[in-house]
Each structure stands twice: as structure tokens, then as C-alpha cells.
Ligand binder design. Structure first.
Ligand SMILES: C[S@@+](CC[C@H](N)C(=O)[O-])C[C@H]1O[C@@H](n2cnc3c(N)ncnc32)[C@H](O)[C@@H]1O
Ligand SMILES: O=S(=O)(c1ccc2c(c1)CN[C@@H](CF)C2)N1CCSCC1
Length: 282
């Protein structure tokens, strides 16, 4: 599907569901290995560079699960893709983590690592960095990897455009204690209305009093899901993220923003910033 169809959807030129179907078609060529290469290797993932995105992002996640004390039984990561960094802090504070993605190719990438195999990316530097944030030796990364493998109980299909995004019976009736979702909603929604509807669908997965950690791109209109595969993204401003959270009934507790240095603009997307929103369902 060409970008113009996606762009047409992002201007409301199609009905909501037509735009969603167009987005779905876009994802058929998604390449996990390429995606990981574009976003999760240097310079974006340079652990020795203080202004790199990855130390900032992992620090936000670490603080949320330690200083803010997020903990509980069940955490769901929505739209996991082929990545694991987003649950490396959480795995110390939850008994059960459910990973989820729309594409089988991404679920298989996760399952490969979870079953001890070699994935498309070596997550060791991420595990070591999170151990250091926790005041542990970096050599504790093996224990952290085993902890993560032990608490991830499911890797499930998910569709945030469905009123019930996960398979029936996945969660306790009251819902999950915590949701994490990173770079998903804005990357799969044809427009802001669809993004906000999807955010509302996520709320149904969360118990009252539960927390949402929503991470995403600001000012992004496309990204490469594979060589030459431009996937349209609904371009968000901070104020729109805050408004969508409020419209969906969340209480916004904290919003942090990272502005990308010029040398981290690599052509694989046109993202200008990254937001980290911590919210609670009253
Ligand atoms: C930009 S990637 C984000 C991956 C990962 N969470 C990260 O932080 O890099 C967006 C993900 O959304 C998934 N996705 C596509 N359509 C979806 C849908 N309708 N519902 C949920 N996830 C979807 C894609 O398969 C992809 O893995
Ligand atoms: O912020 S990142 O550079 C990043 C990570 C993933 C993405 C983007 C940016 C922007 N485009 C998104 C398309 F959906 C995907 N980052 C990569 C290193 S670890 C923390 C997250």
C-alpha cells in the first residue's frame, strides 16, 4: 500500500475502518530484524552516550517501577513488536507479564528469545544497563534474563482497534494491574480519532486504580517497517496526547519528553521527540 493511501486516511479521507484496514495492509511487509536495526542499535541505542535515547527511556521505565512503586500481579505490554526492553524493569515487580502483537512474525521473534534462542538483536546490553539502574552488577544480566523468561506467561495476538483487543479470557475479570504500550497506537492509527478510540479500548483491559505507561513518538508522520516500507504514523503533539488520555478517562500523573538530537534523525522515520506518559485509571 502506498503512503498516499495512508496519508489519505490520516486526513480523514476514508471512514475509520477503511483507514484501519489500510494500516493493516501496511504491516504485512513489516520486518522485525530491520526494525530492530533501525531503532535499537547505535546511535539511538548508544549506552555510552549520555544524551542517547535508550538511557533516557530505560531510566523512565526503571523509575516508574521503583520510585513510583508500580507493582502487582498482571502486566500487559500492548503492541510489543519484536522488542523486550520495555518490560526489563517491570519483570522484577510483576508475577505475570503478557506480551502481545498484531503480527505473528513479531510474536515468533519474542518466542524465540523467550525459549532461549538467538533473536535478531542481542538484548544483553539492555539487560546489563537495567541491572546497573537497579544497583546490581551488570553481570546479573543472566539472572534478569531468566527472571524475564519466567514471568512472561503468554505472547498473544492483539488488535487495539477492536473494543476487546485481546483474546477472550486472557485477563482476570477486573483487568490487568498495569499496561505498557510503546510506539504502538500512533503507528497503527490512521488519524487522531482512531488513536483516541484505541486508547479507550486499552482502558477496558485495565482494572480501576491500574496504571498505564504510554510511550510514543511526537511529530512523527512515517517510519520504515522494512527497507522501503514507509508506514504512516499519526503525528502527535504533547497536548493531543494529554487530551486523548483525559477524554479516555485516565488521570495523567506524569509526562516526560525527550527531544531527539539532530544526529539521531536517521531517515528511518521523522520523529522529533519521544513522550513517556504515566497515567492511572480512576
Ligand atoms: C512501531 S512498532 C512498536 C514496537 C515496540 N512496542 C517498540 O517499542 O519498538 C508498532 C507495533 O504495532 C503492531 N501493530 C500493528 N497493528 C496493530 C494493531 N491493530 N493492534 C496492535 N498492535 C498493532 C505492529 O505489529 C508493531 O509491532
Ligand atoms: O526512541 S527510540 O529511538 C525509538 C524506538 C522506536 C521507534 C522510534 C524511536 C520512532 N519511530 C517509531 C515508529 F513507530 C519506533 N528508542 C530506541 C532505543 S531504546 C528507546 C527507544
Amino acid at each position: 500500500m502506498g503512503e498516499e493511501q495512508g496519508m489519505k486516511g490520516s486526513h480523514g479521507g476514508e471512514s475509520g475502518m477503511e483507514g484501519v484496514a489500510a494500516m493493516e495492509a501496511c504491516y504485512q511487509g513489516f520486518n522485525p530484524a530491520a526494525y530492530l536495526q533501525y531503532n535499537y542499535t547505535a546511535p539511538r541505542a548508544d549506552f555510552h552516550r549520555r544524551d542517547s535515547i535508550v538511557p533516557w527511556k530505560l531510566s523512565c521505565l526503571h523509575k516508574a517501577f521503583t520510585e513510583e512503586g508500580l507493582r502487582g500481579e498482571v502486566l500487559v505490554d500492548v503492541g510489543s513488536g519484536p522488542t523486550l526492553y520495555q518490560v526489563m524493569s517491570a519483570c522484577e515487580h510483576f508475577d505475570r507479564i503478557i506480551l502481545s502483537d498484531f503480527l505473528e512474525v513479531n510474536r515468533n521473534e519474542l518466542l524465540k528469545w523467550l525459549q532461549g534462542g538467538e533473536g535478531s538483536l542481542d538484548w544483553t546490553p539492555y539487560l546489563q544497563h537495567v541491572c546497573e539502574l537497579e544497583g546490581r552488577s551488570p553481570t546479573a544480566w543472566r539472572e534478569k534474563a531468566e527472571r524475564l523468561r519466567s514471568v512472561v506467561t503468554d505472547v498473544l495476538p492483539v488488535d487495539v482497534h477492536q473494543p476487546h483487543p485481546l483474546p477472550p479470557g486472557t485477563l482476570p475479570h477486573s483487568g490487568a494491574d498495569c499496561l505498557v504500550s510503546s510506539f504502538c497506537l500512533e503507528s497503527v492509527s490512521p488519524d487522531l480519532a482512531s488513536f483516541t478510540r484505541a486508547l479507550g479500548h486499552l482502558s477496558r483491559l485495565l482494572r480501576r486504580g491500574g496504571h498505564l505507561l504510554l510511550i510514543g513518538a511526537l511529530g512523527e508522520s512515517f517510519y520504515l517497517g522494512a527497507p522501503g516500507l514507509r508506514i504512516p504514523v499519526v503525528s502527535l503533539e504533547e497536548s493531543q496526547v494529554c487530551s486523548s488520555l483525559r477524554v479516555c478517562g485516565y488521570n495523567l500523573l506524569r509526562l516526560s519528553v525527550y527531544h531527539l538530537p539532530p544526529d539521531m534523525k536517521l531517515g528511518v522515520d521523522d520523529v522529533t521527540g519521544v513522550f513517556f506518559a504515566e497515567a492511572r485509571k480512576p
